[in-house]
Design a protein around this ligand. Structure first.
Ligand code: SAH
Length: 226
């Protein structure tokens, strides 16, 4: 008999802990709570807990489990944070972040705002998030996330799930002092690094490039012309 999704999820999280990708209790618990099988397309459901990107339609992919976990660790998320994501895709990554900043039981709830440029994917993310009871904690917006979302700014944390030529200036502006941005920076399909930037009290960003990565290209005003 095949293992239940819950069992597969538990094993995947154990592996990520053993590899040193998951380092904190809060990321571990969030990854254990979010049912990735409810976010990936039906035909990939049996592969939901393989640590690999999976197609979600429109030429896009949901990031591998280790990348979601790593970005959550690097963001140093806390309960109550207001978080902005560029690239909602299927909504899975936003759900994991919501589990940390807005766990159901917390009084001081944070919120995730996530922007998606492909209308059909914005609709899909919204449906998936509703179906897995994240609708009250995550807001999906259809639009160009490279411009940020000034209506709800400033944000404690910002993360981008598509590779950008650099840090889009509106994102830097919409980040609180002391806030963190995690973003893949590089060419459309190669030569990308994961950048972690922090906003200093004087408003300037200082950053570190951590490791080579492979993301789909960011489009829109501050994205790539692809
Ligand atoms: N975080 C997503 C990963 C999706 S892949 C998940 O958990 O599934 C990256 C997504 O970024 C794609 O869906 C792509 O359409 C979207 N994207 C690319 N450029 C964008 C932009 N300028 N604004 C918003 N979304 C963008």
């Amino acid at each position: 008999m095949r293992e239940s999704f819950e069992e597969q999820r538990r094993k995947a999280v154990e592996d990520l802990k053993a590899q040193g990708v998951i380092r904190s209790r809060k990321v571990e618990e969030a990854m254990l709570r979010v049912p990735r099988e409810k976010f990936v397309p039906e035909k990939f459901r049996s592969q939901a807990y393989l640590d690999t990107p999976l197609p979600i339609g429109w030429g896009q992919t949901v990031s591998a489990l280790h990348m979601v976990a790593l970005m959550c660790e690097l963001l140093e998320l806390e309960v109550g944070h207001r978080v902005f994501e560029v690239g909602a895709g299927c909504g899975y990554h936003a759900a994991v972040v919501a589990e940390i900043v807005a766990p159901k039981e917390a009084e001081n709830l944070g919120h995730v705002y996530t922007v998606e440029i492909v209308k059909e994917l914005a609709d899909l993310a919204r449906r998936n998030l509703e179906g897995a009871s994240y609708a009250g904690r995550v807001t999906v917006i259809h639009g160009d996330g490279s411009l940020g979302f000034p209506e709800q700014a400033p944000y404690d944390r910002i993360f981008v799930t598509a590779a950008s030529p650099g840090i889009p200036p509106p994102l830097a502006q919409q980040l609180k002092p002391g806030g963190i941005i995690v973003i893949p920076v590089g060419d459309p399909y190669s030569n990308q690094v994961l950048r972690v930037a922090r906003k200093q009290p004087d408003g300037k960003l200082s950053w570190e490039d951590l490791l080579g990565v492979a993301f789909v290209p960011l489009r829109g005003t501050y994205g790539h012309r692809v």
